[in-house]
Design a protein around this ligand. Structure first.
Ligand code: ADP
Ligand code: MG
Ligand code: ZN
Length: 622
């Protein structure tokens, strides 16, 4: 079959209606066609097959080459009959796909005549015309809508997803490194897609939807493709923003059309990238098309409820902003399974480097662990980019293999790269974050009854937090004792106080810790009657539903005098907790230092490693 991802679509019949105003449509279409033609003429490069290109290279018939990540462009040595230079383009190859390429280029192109593409890429040369065409279309549609025509009901309601057929190059879990936990969770999905009957027989419930959550570039799309590849099922891929249109009803029709086709192809995988573009909490959108988005989202919810999971359709969605999603999406029966994909730690980065380094020839002496250590904060996409940069640099220097020096130079390039995200954190800030998180973890582990620490990391999670300490409660807790609440306040304060003790100063990275600690303290005093000074009184207004946003906290009824007392009591609770926390951290300074050291070296520390450190530095309470 067609090895390309084919675009398929069917208009939704229920929405096809009569179209008036041809007199607007036809001139506009002619205009668009003319623009398209112009765009084509703008790019006269001739497409060469890779084999032909290599022959020309060997025959030294190539004057210059630009190497992009996925394509080559350049000029041939010989001019055309009119004396103009002949440009060419080779698609779908890059330094990564053929390690030999570097050597060939080096031997056969004059020095300095090839480089990494930095000029306009193929995408850019058609961007301007495409934007123009988009503009024309937009105006056209607007005119249609104004004139009462049913613009939205045209072919725009068809789903624009891409279907990847079975015979396309399959990705497998081998291609995804550094995230064994996420891969483990998705193996079950693969099993199910392969043999849905087996699961029927057992009667097990399969998740309908799996939500992949993690910062950009951590391999969410890659992982979804790997699931489809491993299961060998068709893969419907679509981005959340594809659904969002300016006309009400179009997105919803696209959702229907997508699911109709998925059902026809079951077992299959539907992948919705950037779910947040579509699944924002309803009514939360700014001005503009929230009606449209709400309808689309509602349609998605309806469809997800509607299909029978046992038919073998699984919806995987990806987002890097889970907090903006509508709560209805993560309810059971929809995206009820979440797989968190974190930035890779030291070992993870080494594994990812290994995957990508398979495609280039490396110097024998190279130590990928060392390179992983230089790239704290890099995500998978950055690492893939790094390997490519290093290979290009080696090629430019005429080296047959990539050595350490190129990787070091590559790291700088990636850091300075065009998307200058917060990638590598300054060394002093990193140390501060490490002390902060170590402080949280150590205090939590030093106090009885707090939730066990599952993992500590100094890699940001993309939600603004610079690091995190993950607790794993043993059971759901319905009751919290006073000791538990107090100890939790202490561990919340542990981060800042560790900074203060060791670095002599605090930072502003702790506001949410402080906020939560204060909230707990206030509720202890004003709601739970846990303050001796105020006694067992609840200063909570009655008649408020605990299910309302904000929970049962909020409006209190009290005199001004009492308000002052409450404030004083809250402060007392917090001060007491601070003193206790400071004591613990001072007593266990050695453990604090060691946890911090592990964190700065490896970015993360898990429960067992943490236990090891604590065993080495036992705590004798004075
Ligand atoms: P996301 O969808 O999370 O933004 P992508 O899946 O698009 O990230 O990742 C972009 C590229 O980065 C991938 O095609 C792959 O080359 C590389 N990459 C990202 N994560 C990994 C990983 N865990 N293992 C190997 N390669 C990765
Ligand atoms: Mg993606
Ligand atoms: Zn903190």
């Amino acid at each position: 079959m067609d090895p390309q991802p084919s675009r398929r679509s069917t208009a939704d019949p229920s929405r096809r209606r009569f179209l008036p105003s041809w007199w607007i449509v036809i001139p506009a279409l002619v205009g668009v066609a003319a623009l398209g033609l112009w765009a084509l003429l703008q790019d006269p490069a001739q497409e060469l097959r890779y084999g032909v290109f290599k022959k020309k290279l060997a025959a030294r018939a190539v004057r210059s080459v630009k190497v992009g990540p996925t394509e080559l462009r350049g000029e041939l040595a010989a001019a055309d009959p009119k004396g103009r230079p002949v440009k060419f383009r080779v698609s779908r190859v890059g330094m990564e796909t053929d390690p030999e390429l570097a050597k060939l280029l080096d031997q056969n192109v004059p020095e300095g005549a090839y480089e990494a593409a930095s000029g306009p890429s193929a995408a850019e040369t058609i961007l301007l015309p495409a934007a123009l065409m988009g503009g024309v279309l937009g105006v056209l549609l607007y005119a249609l809508k104004r004139s009462g025509g049913m613009g939205s009901a045209l072919a725009f309601s068809k789903s624009r997803h891409r279907v990847y057929q079975k015979d396309e190059r399959r990705l497998s879990f081998e291609d995804v490194a550094g995230n064994p936990e996420a891969v483990g969770e998705l193996r079950e999905v693969v099993e199910f897609l392969r043999t849905p009957e087996k699961f029927h027989a057992i009667g097990g419930r399969i998740p309908k939807g799996v939500l992949l959550v993690g910062p950009p570039g951590t391999g969410k799309t890659l992982l979804a493709k790997a699931v489809a590849g491993e299961a060998g099922v068709p893969f419907f891929s679509l981005s959340g923003s594809d659904f969002v249109e300016m006309f009400v009803g179009v997105g919803a029709a696209r959702v229907r059309s997508l699911f109709a086709q998925a059902e026809a192809k079951a077992p299959c995988l539907v992948f919705i990238d950037e779910l947040d573009a579509l699944g924002k909490a309803r009514g939360s959108g700014g001005p503009g098309n929230h009606d449209e988005r709400d309808q689309t989202l509602n349609q998605l919810l309806v469809q997800m409820d509607g299909f029978d999971a046992n038919r073998g359709i699984i919806v995987i969605a990806a987002t890097n902003r889970p907090e903006t999603l509508d709560a209805a999406l993560v309810r059971p029966g929809r995206f009820d399974r979440q797989v968190v994909i974190d930035r890779p730690d030291l070992v993870g980065r080494e594994d990812i480097l290994k995957v990508h380094a398979r495609r280039v020839s490396l110097d024998d002496g190279i130590n990928l662990r060392q390179i992983a250590a230089m790239t704290s904060g890099f995500v998978g996409a950055d690492l893939a980019n790094l390997v490519n940069e290093a290979a290009l640099l080696a090629a430019r220097k005429g080296k047959p293999r990539v050595s350490h020096a190129e990787f070091e130079e590559g790291v700088e390039r990636v850091i300075a790269g065009p998307e200058k995200r917060q990638r590598v954190i300054r060394a002093d800030e990193r140390l501060r974050i490490a002390y902060h998180e170590a402080g949280h973890a150590l205090v939590a582990r030093s106090l009885p009854g707090t939730d066990p620490v599952h993992k500590v990391s100094i890699l940001g999670r993309g939600n603004g937090a610079l690091g995190y300490t993950m607790y794993r409660p043993e059971d759901d807790r319905f009751l919290h004792t006073r000791a538990w609440l107090e100890n939790t306040v202490c561990s919340l304060l542990g981060g800042t106080i560790a900074e203060e003790i060791v670095l002599g100063d605090v930072s502003d990275g702790c506001s949410s810790d402080l906020q939560r600690a204060t909230q707990i303290a206030r509720r202890m005093v004003a709601e739970f009657g846990m303050s001796p000074a105020l006694g067992r009184v609840s200063y909570q207004n009655e008649g408020r539903s605990p299910f309302l946003p904000g929970g049962g906290s909020g409006d209190y009824a009290w005199s001004e005098q009492t308000a002052r007392e409450i404030d004083l009591e809250v402060r007392r609770v917090l001060e007491q907790a601070q003193a206790a926390t400071r004591q613990i951290l001072n007593d266990r300074r050695a453990a604090l230092e060691e946890i911090t050291r592990v964190l700065t070296e490896r970015d993360t520390i898990d429960a067992t490693e943490l236990q090891d450190v604590l065993d080495r530095h036992p705590y004798e309470k004075a």
